[in-house]
Write a protein that binds this ligand. Structure first.
Ligand code: HH2
Length: 271
C-alpha cells in the first residue's frame, strides 16, 4: 500500500521540575532527580527533552521568574553537558527564563503564550532559537471556564497565523517556527479531538506542528481513566493518531511506551 506516514515524528520527553504539574508534579523537583529522569527518557528513545519549571495546568498560579530560573537552569545546564547534541527545549513564557536556558544549552523555546512577553520574540530572533508558538484561550488560571468557539479549527488556525506574522516581524525565520494548537488550553474535550483531526489543516500553514496530548483530561474523558498517570494507553492512541496526520513533534510523558508504538507504526509504514 506504501507509506501513509507524512513524517517520522520527533519525540520530546517531558521533564517537569515543578511541585504541581497535573500528572507528575513533585516527582522531579530536585535537579538531580529531574536530570536523571531526562537521561532516562533519552535512554528510552526520546529525541529530545522539554524542561519546564512552571505548571500550566488549568487553575495554575504563575510562579516568579526567580523560582522558575532556580528550578530549570541547573537542569538544562546538566542535561546539555551530559547529553550533548540532543534537542533541548525550555518550556517557559518568560523571556528572562528563556534567555538563561538558552545560555545554559537549550536550543528550542516552547512558549505556551506564543510570544506574549515582548522580550521573547526579539530574544528568539537574536539567538536563532527554534520557537513553539502555542494557542491558548485566556490564561491557565481562567482557560477552562466555559471555553466556546464557533469553529475551533478555523479560529485556532487563524490565531496561529497571526502569531506567525508577529514572530516574523520580530525577525524570527520561518524555519525556526513550530506551531501547536494547545490541547487542553481553553478547549472543550470535543475541541481537542477536532483539533487533532485537523493537523493537516494546521500543517498547511507551512510550519511543523507539535502535539501535546499526553495524559490530558480529554483522554481521561474519552477513556474513563481518572488518574492522569494511568492514561498511557490512551495517550499512545493520541500520539499515533497525531503522527498519522502529520505531527512533527510529540510532547509525551511516557516515552518508552510511545517509542514502542511509533517504532512498530513506522516499520509497517516502510513496507
Ligand atoms: N502542555 C503542557 C505544558 N506545556 N507545551 C506545548 N507546546 N504544548 C502542550 O500541549 C503543553 C505544553 C501541560 O503538560 P505538563 O507539562 O505535563 O503539565 P503542567 O503544565 O501541569 O506542568
Amino acid at each position: 500500500m506504501g507509506s501513509v506516514l507524512p513524517h517520522k515524528p520527533l519525540l520530546l520527553g517531558v521533564v517537569n521540575t515543578t511541585p504541581d504539574s497535573f500528572s507528575d508534579g513533585g516527582q522531579y523537583l530536585s535537579p538531580e532527580r529531574a536530570v536523571a529522569h531526562g537521561l532516562e527518557l533519552l535512554g528510552q528513545g526520546a529525541d529530545g527533552l522539554d524542561v519546564g519549571g512552571e505548571s500550566t495546568r488549568p487553575g495554575a498560579v504563575p510562579v516568579p521568574a526567580s523560582v522558575e530560573l532556580s528550578r530549570v537552569v541547573p537542569v538544562v545546564a546538566a542535561l546539555a553537558s551530559r547529553a550533548p547534541g540532543r534537542l533541548l527545549s525550555i518550556d517557559t513564557s518568560k523571556a528572562v527564563v528563556a534567555k538563561a536556558a538558552l545560555d545554559a544549552g537549550a536550543t528550542l523555546v516552547n512558549d505556551v503564550t506564543a510570544l506574549a512577553d515582548p522580550g521573547m520574540g526579539p530574544l528568539c530572533a537574536e539567538r536563532g532559537a527554534q520557537v513553539v508558538l502555542m494557542h491558548m484561550r485566556g490564561t491557565p488560571a481562567t482557560m477552562q471556564q466555559h471555553p466556546a468557539y464557533t469553529d475551533v479549527v478555523a479560529e485556532v488556525t487563524e490565531w496561529l497565523a497571526k502569531r506567525v506574522a508577529v514572530a516574523l516581524d520580530c525577525g524570527i525565520l520561518p524555519e525556526q517556527i513550530v506551531l501547536d494548537p494547545g490541547l487542553g488550553f481553553g478547549k472543550s474535550y470535543a475541541d481537542n479531538a477536532k483539533l487533532m483531526a485537523a493537523i493537516p489543516k494546521l500543517s498547511a500553514l507551512g510550519y511543523p506542528v507539535l502535539i501535546g496530548a499526553s495524559r490530558k483530561a480529554f483522554i481521561g474523558a474519552l477513556t474513563g481513566v481518572k488518574t492522569p498517570a494511568d492514561r498511557v494507553y490512551g495517550s499512545i492512541g493520541a500520539a499515533v493518531a497525531a503522527a498519522l496526520r502529520g505531527a512533527r513533534y510529540l510532547r509525551v510523558h511516557d516515552v518508552a511506551a510511545t517509542r514502542q508504538a511509533l517504532d512498530v507504526m513506522e516499520a509497517i509504514d516502510q513496507c
